[in-house]
Design a binder for this molecule. Structure first.
Ligand code: ADP
Ligand code: NG1
Ligand code: MG
Length: 463
C-alpha cells in the first residue's frame, strides 16, 4: 500500500543514510551553532524510457535512485533564510531576507533551485503564516551527480518544498507536492514536464513507475528478473537552466502542436500539447507518425513560415509562443521533434507491457526499445552528444542488451540493461574503454558508473 505520510523516525534510516545525515548535521552545527530540527531527503531518478515527452503530455517510465539531496533545517526566529552547502567550494553560502526573495533565471545559481521549492510551497499556502520571524537555517548535501540527467535539480527543489512544508507545519499531500514542485522549478526558467518531481516524491522501493499526467497518476511496475540497470556518466555536464537547448525543444513541440492542430481542423486555443492533438483528433498514438508525415515537412520551418501558417504577427508569435531564452530563434525542426515524441510515447507503453507480460524474450525486447529510444534522441530529437553516443556503443559492446541516454541529454548519463551474469565484465570493460581513455575522468570513476535498483521517494526524518 502507498504510504501517505512523509515522516519517519531518524532511527529507521539505513546506515549509509545515517552517515550522510551526520555529515550534514555537523556542517549545520558548524555554520549555525545548533542542531537542525529535522532532515529531508529527496532522491534523483533515472528515466528508463520516455524522453522529452512529459511536457508533451505523455507517460514516462522512471525509477528513483539511491543518490539524493539531503536538507537539514531549523526555524531561526529572524526574517532571513541562510543557506549553506556541505560542498562549499562548489556551492557558496547565501543569505536573503524573506521580503526580497528573487530567482534570477538569467543567471541561475544553486540556491535559486532551493528558493524555487521554498516559494512554491509558500505560494501554495498563500503566504498566510509568513511573519518577520519565519526565517530558516538550512544546510544541503547532495549525492546526485549534478547536471548529469539524474535530476539533481528537481531533487533539490522537492527537498526544499518538503522541508518548507514541515518547518511551517503545513499539510500537503504527496500528489500535491509533486505537482507544485514541478510548477515551481519553472521559476528557474526551464519549461519542464512533471516527471522528475513525480518520481522523487512518489517513488516506492522495488518498483519503477509509469507516470501519467493530467491528472498526475502513477502505476508501480515490477522490472523483469535476470538483469539490472547500470548508470554510466559521460561526465559531460550540461546545466539546463543556463542554456537554451531544453526550452528550444519545448518551443518546437509547441509549434508542431499548433500546426498539426490547425491541419486537423482543431481549435488551436484548446490544444497546447502534442498529446492533445492526438486525443482531440481521435487518432491512436502509433498512427500519429502518418499524420506527422502528411502535415509537416522535413526541412526546418522558418519563423516567417510559422507566423504565416498560424496567422500571427512576429510580435504575437514572440509573446505567445516563445520563452525568455528562445526569443532569438529563427528556425524550427518540427517534423523530427514531433516524430520522436509520438514514437517515444508508443515505446513507453510497449516497455510497460513487456515488463508486465514477462516472457523469455522480455529482456531482449526491453533492451531493443531502449536502444531505439537512444537512436531517436540522437537523430530526431538531437539531444545527444558525441561522448554519449560513444558511451552507448561501448555499453552495448560490453554486454548491455540495450543502452540509451537518460534525462534531458546533451551530456550526462546513459542507462543500460545488463544481464546479471555480465555485470562484472561490463563494469571492467567500460572502465577500460571509456573512462581510462578520457584521462580527466579517472578521479570521477568511483561515482561515475554504478548499478542501480528502484529506490524510495522523499522522506522527512525526525529524532
Ligand atoms: P540535472 O537535473 O540533470 O542534474 P540541471 O541542469 O537541471 O541538471 O541542474 C543542475 C543544477 O542543480 C546545478 O547547476 C546546481 O545549481 C543544482 N544542484 C545540483 N546538485 C546540487 C547540490 N548537491 N547542491 C546544490 N545545488 C545542486
Ligand atoms: P533533467 O535532465 O533531469 O533536468 C529534464 C526535465 C524533465 C524531462 C527530461 C527529459 C525538468 C525539471 N526536467 O530532466 O521534465 O523533460 O528532461 O525527458 O525540466
Ligand atoms: Mg534538472
Amino acid at each position: 500500500m502507498t504510504e501517505t505520510t512523509f515522516v519517519k523516525p531518524l532511527s529507521l534510516a539505513e546506515s549509509k543514510k545515517k552517515n550522510y545525515i551526520n555529515i550534514v548535521k555537523t556542517h549545520f552545527n558548524k555554520k549555525f551553532g545548533s542542531d537542525p530540527s529535522f532532515y529531508v531527503r529527496a532522491p534523483g531518478r533515472v528515466n528508463l524510457i520516455g524522453e522529452h515527452i512529459d511536457y508533451c503530455g505523455y507517460a514516462v517510465f522512471p525509477m528513483a535512485i539511491e543518490q539524493d539531496i539531503l536538507v537539514a533545517i531549523s526555524l531561526n526566529g529572524s526574517n532571513k533564510i541562510n543557506l549553506t552547502n556541505v560542498k562549499e567550494s562548489l556551492y557558496p553560502d547565501f543569505t536573503t531576507s524573506l521580503d526580497v526573495l528573487k530567482i534570477d533565471s538569467l543567471n541561475p545559481k544553486w540556491y535559486h533551485y532551493y528558493l524555487c521549492g521554498f516559494l512554491g510551497m509558500v505560494e501554495h499556502a498563500s503566504y498566510d503564516y509568513l511573519s518577520s520571524s519565519s526565517g530558516l537555517d538550512i544546510a544541503v548535501l547532495g549525492t546526485v551527480p549534478p547536471s548529469a540527467g539524474l535530476s539533481s535539480s528537481s531533487a533539490l527543489v522537492c527537498a526544499a518544498a518538503l522541508a518548507t512544508m514541515h518547518a511551517y507545519s503545513l499539510s500537503v499531500s504527496k500528489l500535491e507536492l509533486a505537482s507544485l514542485s514541478s510548477k515551481c522549478e519553472r521559476y528557474i526558467g526551464t519549461e519542464g514536464g512533471g516527471m522528475d518531481h513525480a518520481i522523487s516524491v512518489l517513488a516506492e522501493p522495488g518498483s519503477a513507475k509509469l507516470i501519467e499526467f493530467n491528472p498526475l497518476q502513477t502505476t508501480n511496475v515490477l522490472l523483469p528478473e535476470g538483469a539490472i540497470f547500470v548508470i554510466a556518466n559521460s561526465c559531460v555536464e550540461i546545466n539546463k537552466a543556463a542554456t537554451s537547448h531544453y526550452n528550444i525543444r519545448v518551443v518546437e513541440c509547441r509549434l508542431a502542436t499548433q500546426i498539426l492542430a490547425k491541419a486537423c481542423g482543431l481549435n488551436v486555443t484548446e490544444v497546447s500539447k502534442l498529446k492533445d492533438v492526438q486525443e482531440f483528433a481521435n487518432i491512436p498514438v502509433d498512427q500519429m507518425e502518418k499524420k506527422v508525415k502528411e502535415v509537416l515537412h522535413e526541412n526546418p520551418y522558418s519563423r516567417t513560415e510559422v507566423c504565416q501558417i498560424l496567422e500571427l504577427s512576429d510580435s504575437e508569435f514572440e509573446t505567445t509562443l516563445l520563452s525568455a531564452n528562445t526569443k532569438f530563434l529563427q528556425e524550427f525542426k518540427l517534423y523530427q521533434r514531433a516524430l520522436h515524441v509520438y514514437q517515444e510515447a508508443s515505446r513507453v507503453w510497449r516497455f510497460k507491457e513487456i515488463c508486465e507480460k514477462k516472457s523469455e524474450t522480455s529482456l531482449l525486447m526491453l533492451g531493443q526499445l531502449m536502444t531505439e529510444s537512444h537512436a531517436s534522441c540522437r537523430d530526431l530529437y538531437e539531444c545527444s552528444h558525441p561522448d554519449l553516443d560513444e558511451l552507448v556503443q561501448l555499453c552495448l559492446k560490453a554486454g548491455a542488451l540495450g543502452s540509451r541516454l537518460t534525462g534531458a541529454g546533451w551530456g550526462g548519463c546513459t542507462v543500460s540493461l545488463v544481464p546479471f551474469e555480465k555485470v562484472d565484465n561490463f563494469l571492467v570493460d567500460l572502465k577500460k574503454n571509456y573512462y581510462s581513455k578520457h584521462f580527466r575522468l579517472q578521479e570521477l570513476l568511483d561515482t561515475a558508473i554504478f548499478p542501480t535498483k528502484p529506490g524510495g521517494g522523499a522522506v522527512i526524518y525526525e529524532d
